[in-house]
Design a protein around this ligand. Structure first.
Ligand code: ADP
Ligand code: MG
Length: 465
């Protein structure tokens, strides 16, 4: 049977995806679902069957096992026949996706045939991005890149800042806008993690030249979360060469990271200098006014109308992550769509958003000195040892564990933490990453961490991402 990638199917898929995401209450789950959905490279329609292809075999399996039932239900809500089938497949060379914008043929412009490993999220546009003092420089730099990709002084553009503050949104807005202006440009968006995965796959197939050719043929490379490159030396070498090739050919590179390049201790110096060689911009935590403006913007896109006092309440209570604010807004909107005429008192809001608010408050409550003192006590070392430069393992582990707790369970900034530990930023980041790696494999360490956290009334799952 013929495969269709018509507009009606595309709309149906988009609607189903939206309702799927809108009806997830837990923010953590939502982020996970979003992450997996972003690995979908194409969707074909084959009669009643939607065939979803992903960029790797694991995500196809995962989507199938965890999401197919609910996704099917969501599709059936909109399908005129009311019945659909869903299949998940791994396809190495994806066909053009129906999720991608269908180019306006009337312009008769050449359209790039480059297929990005991860599709751009069309909702991440400049129009949807709220400007405020915390992000105005990064936004201006992004717009400068769009005006003159590859050719201006902003190459590379490196955007850094904490989780959930809009880096990915801004980066994808660059991609979406460049694509609108010139569909002939090959725009490639992906995370550094996915870049590494692909590298490994090409290597397995003894096709590194293919990998290089692919990434050196792009006009705009949008590489998200480059802190991930700290995991390997070989990928850094590989990227170094691609970076140079693109830059020499005046192709645009945009990168994001959770910290500034100089605070990426496990990344080679020559790459750090490349990262710093263009334009460096930070996105900071938004002010109350910006938080409220973001919430108003997000609320416009909802089917229910959320009153201002609710938006003000959320902006006031949730300060650290834009993503958490969105989660809270989602929860209230689900409630309001069930009880549209209800007026929510502050107590009712506090109750409804209890999880989000509690998380925010406990985050603030923990102070670094208490963390240090408790960890030192648990490991039977003194505070002096914990803060010393001593390198024996029996002192390094508790020191790094305390750094990890300070970084992942409080809202303290990196400079504040560094000061409290009398260390450099780089040392803190290195310590935190080291513990992260060890926690993956050392059950004992994980148990000790859980025990320490429990004394503060925390759980491992309270970690900020
Ligand atoms: P990061 O990549 O920095 O972790 P994201 O770009 O994923 O953060 O942003 C998290 C969420 O917050 C997204 O849904 C994004 O649309 C939203 N967001 C963040 N900053 C803004 C902003 N200034 N205007 C509108 N939405 C924003
Ligand atoms: Mg991101």
């Amino acid at each position: 049977m013929e495969t269709t990638t018509d507009i009606a199917s595309r709309e149906l898929w988009e609607k189903a995806k939206k309702i799927y995401l809108d009806t997830i209450v837990s923010q953590e789950e939502k982020s996970q679902v979003e992450r997996y959905l972003s690995m979908i490279v194409s969707v074909e329609r084959n009669g009643d069957t939607f065939v979803v292809c992903t960029s790797n075999a694991f995500s196809a399996e995962f989507l199938k096992a965890n999401y197919s039932e609910r996704m099917k239900k969501c599709l059936e809500l909109f399908a005129p026949e009311g019945k659909v089938e869903l299949e998940f497949k791994f396809r190495e060379a994806p066909i053009p996706s129906i999720i991608k914008p269908i180019p306006d043929q009337s312009k008769r412009q050449k359209v790039s045939t480059f297929v990005s490993t991860m599709p751009l999220n069309e909702e991440y546009t400049f129009d949807e991005f709220v400007r405020g003092p915390s992000n105005s420089f990064a936004l201006a730099a992004a717009q400068a890149v769009v005006a003159n990709p590859g050719k201006g002084g902003y190459n590379p553009l490196f955007i850094h800042g904490g989780t959930g503050l809009g880096k990915t949104h801004l980066m994808q807005a660059i991609g979406n806008e460049i694509k609108n202006r010139d569909p002939s440009l090959a725009i490639c968006y992906l995370t550094a993690e996915e870049y590494l995965n692909e590298y490994v796959n090409y290597m397995k197939d003894s096709n590194l030249p293919g990998f290089r050719a692919k990434y050196r043929s792009v006009d705009v490379l949008l590489l998200d979360d480059v802190q991930f490159f700290q995991k390997g030396k070989q990928i850094q070498e590989e990227f170094f060469n691609t970076f140079n090739a693109l830059k020499d050919n005046r192709k645009q590179i945009v990168m994001t990271s959770d910290v500034a390049p100089k605070n990426l201790p496990a990344i080679e110096q020559r790459l750090i200098s490349r990262f710093e060689g263009g334009m460096l911009q930070e996105i900071e935590t938004p002010s109350y006014e910006t938080r409220l403006a973001i919430l108003k913007k997000k609320a416009e896109g909802l089917e229910v109308s959320v009153p201002d006092y609710v938006l003000e309440f959320i902006a006031d209570k949730i300060k650290s992550h834009v993503r958490a604010m969105e989660g809270a807004l989602g929860k209230v909107s689900v409630y309001l769509s069930a009880y549209p005429s209800s007026v929510l008192s502050n107590e009712a809001l506090e109750h409804l958003l209890g999880d989000f608010i509690q998380k925010e408050q406990t985050m603030k409550k923990l102070n670094i000195e208490e963390i240090q003192a408790l960890v030192a006590k648990k490991y039977s070392i003194t505070m002096e040892q914990l803060l010393s430069p001593e390198r024996t393992q029996s002192v390094v582990t508790p020191r790094q564990l305390a750094m990890y707790i300070a970084r992942k369970f409080t809202t303290k900034s990196l400079p504040e933490i560094a000061k409290m530990f009398e260390k450099t930023h780089a040392t803190i980041i290195h310590g935190v990453r080291n513990i992260e790696k060890r926690l993956d494999v050392e059950a004992d360490l994980k148990a000790s961490l859980a025990e320490i956290l429990a004394e503060f009334g925390y759980k491992l799952s309270d970690k900020m991402d």
